[in-house]
Write a protein that binds this ligand. Structure first.
Ligand code: SAM
Length: 376
């Protein structure tokens, strides 16, 4: 059996110019106010924090420094220490956010990460706004792939995203494609974008721009998306969406349709020698303050870990090898296949068990249980 790399999804910064209502990381949007004040919004329902902008500072760098001062984000020196703490592990790093490039010092992190791990082991997940603030030449030679969200074609409504978000992401990603960087669009499927006419338009937007891959994802009711359950498609809608996009791929070639781990068992329960759910086994989430989680999706409505039992430790302070070898994690690793095929995060939210780890390991992923009901 091959030994795949560990995917580390690193939400480097919380700072983001977009205020997506479903944001799984509960990112922070800075807004400049009169008198040199900056207000930081997590979402419209929470009171913003305020701080004074120093002369000459831009609001995004200043916001990151403010959060660093509060211990919510790592300083540049601490971020570089995280890279030291990956030594001896075969890691593939996704630098994500928030909007990682909106904070200037993260370019240095990107360059150092690429030098140490090799650019082929670095993906960048960024938005059009972040990408517009750097020269492509500062980024393109240092990444193996650019990932960006594209979940709405221009003429269609998407209640989850700010105006111009998806087209802005695509415009910048297309520039990287022209430079020879591999590109992957990411689309969390919802009842708002799963219509077949819309998916046809979305496919051709990507096709025309030469984007190589389209990753179909599930919506997670985590972070600011905690009430997103009602926006999740039915098994039938997922099936039709996947089949339709594959039909377009067969005819037109690109983008190639990929499925997120949480959709793979639904798509085909047969033929999985390994559990498609790679939580903890081959995939981990790193929070902006260095907290290592057993999944990047294990985040509650206040941007905190879903539960202490899902925290491995702090990767700015402790080597990854040590965190993975804790007795707690070793015990959990031995049980990961008890709900083979189920998305553990979705299982957790739909389980009635009391203990969070027991819920994670329950056979309650609604996409699979609903599918059984639908086919009975
Ligand atoms: C956390 S975002 C970070 C990068 C950047 N802020 C962006 O907008 O793409 C990483 C991926 O998660 C997706 N995402 C965000 N919130 C989500 C949610 N509640 N459920 C599923 N996917 C989500 C985004 O569309 C993107 O594909």
């Amino acid at each position: 059996m091959h030994n795949p790399k560990t995917d580390l999804i690193w939400n480097v910064s919380l700072v983001c110019p977009s205020d997506c209502s479903i944001c799984c990381v509960d990112a922070v949007q800075p807004r400049k106010k009169a008198g040199g004040r900056v207000e930081l919004y997590r979402d419209e329902h929470r009171t913003p924090e305020t701080f004074e902008l120093k002369q000459g500072e831009n609001i995004f760098d200043a916001s990151a420094h403010y959060l660093q001062h509060k211990g919510e984000e790592l300083t540049l020196a601490e971020k570089l220490r995280v890279l030291d703490n990956l030594a001896g592990n075969d890691v593939r790093l996704d630098l994500s956010g928030g909007d990682v490039l909106i904070v200037r010092e993260n370019l240095e992190l990107l360059h150092t990460a690429a030098r140490r791990l090799g650019r082929e082991n670095i993906t960048l997940t960024a938005t059009g706004v972040g990408l517009s603030r750097v020269e492509p030449g500062e980024v393109a030679p240092h990444i193996g792939e650019l990932n960006f969200t594209y979940d709405r074609s221009d003429a269609y409504d998407n209640p989850h995203r700010p105006q111009g978000y998806a087209p802005g992401n695509l415009k910048r990603a297309a520039e990287y494609h022209v430079l020879g960087v591999k590109t992957r669009a990411e689309c969390p499927l919802t009842i708002h974008n799963v219509g077949l006419d819309h998916l046809t338009a979305l496919f051709f937007d990507l096709h025309k721009r030469g984007i190589e891959k389209l990753l179909l994802m599930r919506l997670f009711n985590v972070g600011r998306g905690t009430s997103a359950t009602q926006d999740m498609p039915t098994p039938r809608q997922y099936r039709e969406a996947i089949d339709h996009l594959r039909m377009l791929q067969a005819r037109y070639g690109k983008p190639v349709i990929k499925l997120q781990c949480a959709l793979r068992f639904f798509d085909s329960a047969l033929g999985h020698a390994e559990n498609p759910c790679d939580l903890l086994h081959h995939s981990l989430g790193l929070r902006p303050n260095g907290t290592l989680l057993l999944s990047p999706w294990a985040i509650n409505g206040l941007g905190q870990p879903l539960h202490d039992s899902m925290v491995l430790g702090n990767l700015a302070r402790t080597p990854l090898k040590e965190l993975l070898e804790s007795e707690k994690m070793k015990a959990l690793r031995g049980k990961l296949d008890v709900n083979f095929g189920h998305c553990k995060i979705h299982a957790l939210f739909n389980s009635r068990r009391a203990n969070p780890i027991d819920r994670l390991l329950d056979t309650t992923d609604p996409l699979l249980t609903q599918q059984l009901v639908a086919t009975a």
